[in-house]
Design a protein around this ligand. Structure first.
Ligand code: ASP
Ligand code: MG
Length: 425
């Protein structure tokens, strides 16, 4: 690496930091790319830092393995699936160590169970309960690079487990938390977190920083840079998390605490980004009798069917009846409609209807907490484009609207412009 050291929160020189670096499937997708990762890792080590590396399987490998099992049966045994899927990451840890050793750099690979990343026994979606750090510390003290297989662990009975798709991010964060690392760096094929999807808004801007809270909103609303669980984990355990590109130099985006902004008296932007998703559908129950318990009677059967409800609106009643609208994931639309037809009609509802062609746009920003007028500026920008708002919901750091799907791109662009997100604060 050349030029100025852009990682302002890390020691600049002559001072050792412990850094956990996670490289995703694309970053280790070929032998050449694995060798490139080896060079990068050595670059960091030469600055005097201790490095723990977590790798994913080579890109496409996890899917390939799933395909093999599904070629035998549509519902393979979950325990055996984890034995199978864990092999993907075992390949990359060994190859990376071979590449590091070739360069004269002492390295040692660990599978999840060799570290002892202890998880519960929920195969295919296990949760990490504990990480043993003694052996890793010993290796670090001997100047070795440690390379750990992402996405996998072991339960208390010695069964191999995996953490769910994208789980290597969570392995990285869990190791960083257990080792009290200075930073967890997630290397991927994008160079950071953007104000919105650059495919929709070409002048979307990379954020230098974002808070955990904002990142969680952005991630759960559909910006799929990081596994959501890893962001929660990092926030809970105080691990500064950085998203950056394997293929491009640059500081990426640091995901951190609000206090960290204040400490550096960084200007906090009003809005950090715009998230959107097309995965929702809207259902409406018209003319139900307006009396206590009605929301419960309508939504109770829906949640009993394990369907998650997002936005909810109930109208003021005129003639003793009220209308009720809510959104669910698009995949749950048909079932929800069936449930409503059965239950709501029994409650005396006049009509049940729905709409699949909706999209949700959300403004996310810690800064809006202390500023009135964000909502009206948002609604004004949408109105100017003639976009009708179907539903609105707000939280402390987020305003979401539902609009017709065909206006999604237009709406995102209008909001990006109205809040001048292409310019840094
Ligand atoms: N290889 C696993 C997957 O594709 C885990 C990961 O890459 O994070 O989901
Ligand atoms: Mg990934």
């Amino acid at each position: 690496m050349t030029g100025e050291f852009p990682f302002r929160n890390l020691p600049q020189r002559h001072s050792m930091a412990l850094i956990v670096q996670k490289y995703g499937g694309t970053s280790v997708g070929t032998i050449e790319r694995i060798e490139n990762v080896a060079d990068k890792v050595i670059g960091w080590r030469e600055r005097g830092h201790q490095i723990v590396v977590v790798v994913s399987a080579m890109s496409g490998e996890t899917d390939r393995l799933i395909g093999l099992a599904k070629g035998i049966t549509p519902r393979p045994n979950p325990r055996e699936m984890d034995v199978l899927l864990a092999t993907g990451e075992q390949v990359t840890i060994a190859l990376l160590c071979i590449a590091l050793e070739k360069r004269g750099c002492p390295a040692r690979s660990y599978t999840g169970s060799q570290v002892r990343i202890l998880t519960d026994n929920a195969f295919n979606k296990a949760r990490i309960e504990d990480v043993e750090v003694a052996a890793m510390r010993d290796d670090l003290n001997h100047g070795r690079i440690i390379v750990v297989a992402g996405f996998q662990g072991v339960d208390k009975d010695g069964n191999i487990t995996t953490l769910g798709r994208g789980g290597s991010d969570t392995t990285g964060v869990a190791l960083a938390a257990a080792l009290k690392a200075d930073e967890c760096q997630i290397y991927t094929d994008v160079d950071g977190v953007y104000t919105t999807d650059p495919r929709v808004v070409p002048d979307a801007r990379r954020l230098d920083r974002i808070t955990f809270e904002e990142m969680l909103e952005m991630a759960s609303l559909g910006s799929k840079v990081l596994q959501i669980r890893s962001v929660e984990f990092a926030g809970k355990h105080n691990v500064p998390l950085r998203v950056l590109s394997t293929f491009q130099e640059g500081p990426g985006t640091l995901i951190t605490f609000e206090e960290a902004f204040e400490a550096e008296s960084m200007e906090k932007e009003l809005i950090s980004g715009i998230a959107f998703n097309r995965d929702e559908a809207k259902l409406t129950v018209l003319g139900v009798p307006d009396r206590p318990g009605i929301a419960y009677s309508i939504l109770g059967p829906v949640s009993a069917a394990n369907i998650e409800v997002d936005m909810i609106i109930q109208n003021i009643s005129h003639d003793g009846t009220t209308d009720f609208t809510f959104t669910v994931h698009r995949n749950d639309y048909e079932r929800t409609l069936e449930i409503l037809k059965e239950h709501a009609c029994a409650l005396g509802a006049r009509e049940v209807s729905g709409d699949l062609k909706i999209a949700k746009l959300s403004l996310v920003g810690i800064g809006m907490r202390s500023h009135a007028g964000v909502a009206s500026r948002m609604f004004g920008a949408l109105a100017k484009e003639g976009i009708n708002i179907r539903m609105i919901s707000t939280s402390e750091i987020k305003i979401s609207v539902v609009v017709d799907e065909k206006y999604l791109e237009l709406g995102v662009r209008a909001l990006h412009e109205a809040f001048e997100l292409d310019k840094a604060a």
